[in-house]
Design a protein around this ligand. Structure first.
Ligand SMILES: Cc1ncc(COP(=O)(O)O)c(C=O)c1O
Length: 440
């Protein structure tokens, strides 16, 4: 990385924004100082020949690894047949993907529509919930991330709320049930669900009598890798039923093996009314799905449900989705996530014994978080250290992501492809070990 002198006269590292991105809009801060030329398995190669181990699976999508032959073959084959259609037309890959997904999901989840992004899948889920219930009030966690479209971003509380005008009327936040950082300073290292009772009571007080849905991630990701505590989702479903609200589970990051089961909600013995799949379904291509029941589908169809996008039911991404589902099953990737996740967790816990700033290691399967603190007793998030460690990791050849939104912690997000071999897990741990030491 070259250095330059800023207007204030301070020497600073030249960012990729200066070097490469003169004509790009910065949508999430400055870009790093690199251009990726190729990606294969768990590895990225930059234009100048650097190799980087990718512990974020791209943007948490490439669970099969980069350049998986099954995805490449599906793209090749579909691109020679049919890529895109009039939104009202269907193709065999779309009907088959729906059938194949439903075979993996429990009753009464029976119907899907296919869109492009996670935000869109949540948007469609919330619109279905509103039309079905007749309400419009939607609750989501204070640490949530559900996407950037208007409805999804109204229910995204972890970041990006200020400066864009009013959120959708009726959106309300629920306390994030994080046992390491109890939102109501009531529990420590456990959750007795008082935060849920308190949150629902507040929502009841604010309600104008038009409840529609609660939308949740089974493991909050941008919120700091927070798995919902045991029993929480079942309790939340009961609370929804009492109020005539639908439960929407957003499995953008957790579905199709990452957390050790095909779907995270299975671990909680709860079936949602609406399920949103995205990132991991396309394996790196834009494909998402909103899934619901026959009952909700029939009711909303009768009420004239409209949700047409340019790429709804597009054949090519559906063909890729089928290849992803087939590969997850054929390669036993959920089981791999359990085995490789245990190896990674063990390694991270060993680092925790030697590195004082690691306050907590948590998550499920191959979706783990390393919570960095200034003090293990107060658990004050160490965002400066977290930022330095991520930057040092990148210099040393490891791409890890930090989630550090206000008050939610300073958490390294570790989510390599589920196909990662054990020696690459160990290499990632070695690099992290060095970066943690170098930045002290
Ligand atoms: C849990 C969750 N839901 C939804 C989204 C939005 O997905 P997309 O960026 O594909 O719209 C994200 C994106 O990070 C996410 O993490």
């Amino acid at each position: 990385m070259s250095t330059h002198v800023t207007k204030s006269g301070v020497a600073a590292a030249a960012s990729g924004t200066d070097q490469f991105a003169r004509h790009l809009i910065r949508y999430g801060g400055d870009f790093p100082d690199l251009l990726v030329e190729q990606a294969e398995g768990s590895w990225l190669t930059t234009e100048d020949g650097r190799r980087i181990l990718d512990f974020t699976s791209g943007q948490m999508c490439a669970t099969l690894g980069h350049g998986h032959p099954a995805i490449a073959a599906a793209m090749r084959e579909a691109s020679g047949r049919v890529v895109h259609l009039f939104s009202g037309f269907l193709s065999r890959d779309v009907t088959e993907l729906a059938r194949e997904l439903m075979a993996l999901l429990p009753e009464p989840l029976t119907r899907a529509m296919f869109l492009s992004t996670g935000g869109e899948a949540n948007e469609a889920a919330l619109r279905l919930a509103k039309l079905h219930t007749g309400g419009h009030e939607v609750l989501a966690f204070a640490g949530s991330w559900h996407g950037m479209t208007a409805g999804a971003s109204s229910s995204t509380y972890s970041a990006g709320r200020r400066g864009y005008g009013p959120a959708m009327p009726g959106t309300m936040a629920l306390p994030t049930p994080n046992p390491y950082r109890c939102p109501i300073a009531h529990c420590r290292d456990r959750c007795d669900r008082t935060c849920l009772d308190a949150g629902m009571a507040l929502a009841d007080a604010q309600s104008t009598g038009a409840p529609a849905a609660v939308i949740v991630e089974p493991i909050l990701s941008a919120g700091g890798i927070v798995p919902l505590p045991d029993g929480y989702l079942a309790d939340l479903k009961r609370q929804c039923e009492r109020r005539g609200m639908l439960l929407v589970v957003d499995e953008a990051q957790t579905a199709l093996g990452r957390v050790g089961t095909l779907f995270a909600f299975e671990q909680d013995d709860v079936v949602p009314d609406l399920l949103a799949l995205s990132k991991t379904l396309g394996g790196g291509l834009p494909l998402s799905a909103t899934v619901t029941t026959d009952e909700i589908e029939a009711d909303t169809a009768a009420k004239g449900f409209l949700h047409i996008t340019s790429h709804v039911s597009d054949p090519l991404p559906a063909a890729v989705g089928r290849a992803v589902v087939r590969t997850v099953l054929a390669e036993g990737l959920a089981e791999r996530a359990v085995a490789m996740g245990a190896r990674l967790r063990e390694g991270l816990e060993e680092l925790q014994r030697r590195h004082e700033p690691i306050g907590d290691v948590r998550g499920r399967g191959l979706m783990l978080g390393v919570d960095l603190v200034t003090d293990r007793e107060t658990r004050e998030p160490d965002t400066a250290y977290g930022t330095a460690v991520t930057e040092r990791c990148l210099e040393l050849g490891l791409n890890v992501n930090i989630v550090r939104f206000q008050g939610l912690g300073s958490v390294l997000r570790m989510a390599p492809p589920l196909t990662i071999p054990p020696e690459e897990i160990d290499l990632g741990l070695e690099i992290l070990d060095q970066a943690l030491a170098d930045c002290r």
